[in-house]
Design a protein around this ligand. Structure first.
Ligand code: NI
Length: 172
């Protein structure tokens, strides 16, 4: 297993639209194991393949307290949504930023699991929010892009400065 480097906003590769997975083979299963390890180590509650610069429609999520309930989503599609809620979110690709965005309150989803088996899921609450957040990544969208241009530009400036400082510190 391996920890994968996570792209940071505003890296333009985060805007890539991921392609469907054609077959859940050993390469895909290895990637899922590495993504789960990377998510748990970060630590985070969700990670999309886009964030590790692999542009396939794969996401891993675990919102359980004891980190024992891994949900693998392959080629997931939201087929129904209902309601609206305010969601305070953060993202491993946007470190240190927490902002409130609008999400559907309830979703119905169709996806393949980690073995390539189709399943359907109806859910609300944090899980529904987390799924919407991760599927946005696979469409090339980061949650801060729902914010006003002013807020978004402030966040961009701060993160670019932070990345430069981290780089300077590493080479000093
Ligand atoms: Ni994220």
């Amino acid at each position: 297993m391996a920890l994968l480097p996570i792209l940071r906003f505003p890296d333009s590769r985060l805007r890539t639209r991921a392609s469907p997975v054609a077959a859940v083979d050993e390469d895909v299963r290895r990637l899922i194991r590495d993504m789960a390890e990377t998510m748990y180590a970060a630590p985070g509650i969700g990670l999309a393949a886009t964030q590790v610069n692999i542009h396939k429609r794969i996401a891993v999520i675990d919102i359980s307290e004891d980190r024992s309930n891994l949900l693998v989503l392959i080629n997931a599609r939201i087929v129904e949504r209902a309601g609206e809620c305010d969601s305070e979110e953060g993202c491993l690709s946007v470190p240190g930023v927490h902002e409130t965005v609008k999400r559907a309150e309830w979703i119905k989803l169709r996806a393949l699991d980690g073995n390539g088996k189709p399943f359907e899921l109806e859910t609300g609450g944090l899980l529904a929010i987390c799924i919407q957040h991760e599927l946005d990544h696979l469409d090339g969208k980061v949650f801060v892009e729902y914010l006003s241009r002013l807020k978004l530009n402030r966040i961009k400036t701060r993160l670019i400065k932070q990345a430069q400082e981290d780089k300077d510190a590493a080479t000093a």
